[in-house]
Design a protein around this ligand. Structure first.
Ligand code: COA
Length: 156
């Protein structure tokens, strides 16, 4: 959050507010000897029930645990768990400046959908006052129910 390139949220949410749209079965924490290294969570990408199989992920790693493959391992775990639970796609929204998150998602097979412009104005940190764009990424889950159709289209 300190970099201004991770989230629009400028303040820590209460647990209830944080959990309001989270899927409890798809929250995973990485720890080492009891110290939290990072976590990944997911929420529905849309409130419309027809899109129930599409998730949006969120991943945060403690600064001193970065670069050790923790986010990759957490995201891999979520992808497996989401596929087993019947979800069919994951979306991620990343500030274009957040090269770490972009590379993380690309390394796990996410592809860029495009840029949504001036999504919101930042209200904290080094980017305060700036209208920010958001890069949208997607991953159709291999082994999920939409994958055969997706694969057929990619081959066309
Ligand atoms: C971005 C972040 C999640 C990466 O976590 P991490 O544990 O350091 O990532 P990993 O070590 O698992 O790396 C995963 C992949 O991303 C790449 N990567 C990670 N950080 C990178 C960086 N800063 N620059 C370039 N590539 C990077 C790694 O090379 C690796 O690729 P590979 O699997 O092909 O080797 C972490 O830095 C973080 O929590 N940042 C702040 C919060 C944030 O921005 N969250 C995302 C909000 S959308």
């Amino acid at each position: 959050m300190d970099t201004g390139h991770a989230t629009y949220e400028g303040e820590t949410l209460s647990w209830d507010a944080f959990m309001e749209h989270k899927i409890a079965d798809l929250m995973f924490v990485a720890d080492e000897d009891g110290d939290v290294l990072g976590w990944v969570s997911a929420s529905k990408a849309s409130r419309r029930s027809v899109f129930d199989g599409v998730l949006e992920d969120s991943v945060y790693i403690a600064p001193d645990a970065a670069g050790r493959g923790v986010a990759g391992a957490l995201l891999d775990h979520m992808i497996t768990a989401a596929t087993e639970a019947g979800y069919w796609a994951m979306h991620s929204t990343v500030f274009p400046e957040n090269q770490g998150s972009l590379k993380l998602h690309l390394s796990r097979g996410f592809t860029e959908i495009g840029i949504a412009h001036t999504m919101a104005r930042m209200n904290y940190g080094p980017m305060e006052g700036r209208w920010r764009d958001i890069l949208l990424l997607e991953k159709i889950l291999e082994g999920g129910p939409a994958y055969p159709e997706y694969q057929a289209r990619v081959k066309e």
